[in-house]
Write a protein that binds this ligand. Structure first.
Ligand code: SF4
Ligand code: SF4
Ligand code: SF4
Length: 234
């Protein structure tokens, strides 16, 4: 099995909550670290004990060897029933910080308005809890005493992965649009500078100042365009 194939198989075996509890920024990064022999297959609390069995089976088929008693690393968190986030409508101040933190866009709301969790998309990753300035988000158990993969399904993992990728694409698109907007604004400034009726009568010092501003604006335009084209290529 080549490294890319191994990484894909490991990624497919992960719960895709994108919770970062493994110590990596997303499930794919953890899969890459395991494929590269930089991480053990015992760092994913949402997958729990059953997740370790699945990951090590893939890795052992690729020739890796692990101790028989490999347990979930407690530094990453505990295996637990799956919760979903619930926002207290009486306390929420509509600051939008939870939306920015949610890796699967499972929270809706606008600035200064009540925010709501879309329960069918919430993975229980906990990432919206720390940024809330008024502590109005609680996690509520929705799987009784079922934990790990007994409380999660491949279909839910697939949905979470596609929502995570859709969110990444949205963020890239918004950043690219922002760069293009700034570039257009700078171009307009450059045009105003070049077409000012005062230019003809400008002193040498004033012309030098105009040149200085022109160089700054041109550099800003070049930077914004480079960022926008880099994002559209990635
Ligand atoms: S579900 Fe969380 S802990 Fe498990 S691999 Fe994905 S990001 Fe890491
Ligand atoms: S609503 Fe909170 S707990 Fe649910 S997926 Fe989003 S960040 Fe995670
Ligand atoms: S972070 Fe807390 S206060 Fe801010 S919008 Fe989300 S739930 Fe409301």
């Amino acid at each position: 099995m080549n490294p890319a194939e191994l990484c894909n198989r490991l990624d497919d075996a992960l719960p895709q909550t994108q919770c970062t509890k493994c110590g990596y920024p997303d499930c794919r990064s953890y899969a890459t670290a395991m494929a590269d022999e930089n991480a053990l297959p015992n760092r994913c609390p949402p997958g729990g004990a059953q997740g370790i069995v699945r990951l090590r089976a893939i890795l052992e088929a690729a020739g890796r060897i692990y101790p028989d008693d490999l347990k979930l690393d407690p530094d990453c968190g505990l295996e637990r029933p799956r919760p979903i986030a619930v926002i207290d409508p009486k306390t929420c101040i509509g600051c939008t910080l939870c939306i920015q933190a949610c890796p699967v866009d499972a929270i809706v709301g606008a600035s200064k308005q009540l925010h709501v969790v879309l329960t069918e998309w919430c993975t229980g990753c906990d990432l919206c809890i720390p940024p809330c300035p008024v502590d109005c988000i609680t996690m509520e158990n929705v799987t009784d005493d079922r934990t790990g993969w007994d409380a999660w399904s491949p279909e839910e993992a697939h949905l979470s992965k596609s929502r995570y990728h859709a969110r990444e694409e949205r963020l890239e698109r918004e950043e690219r649009d922002n760069h293009l907007r700034l570039s257009k604004k700078a171009e307009q400034k450059l045009h105003e500078l070049d077409s000012s009726p005062d230019n003809a009568a400008a002193s040498i010092e004033q012309q030098q100042e105009i040149e200085r501003k022109r160089a700054i604006i041109a550099a800003a335009i070049a930077r914004a365009k480079a960022s926008a084209s880099k994002e559209s290529a990635s």
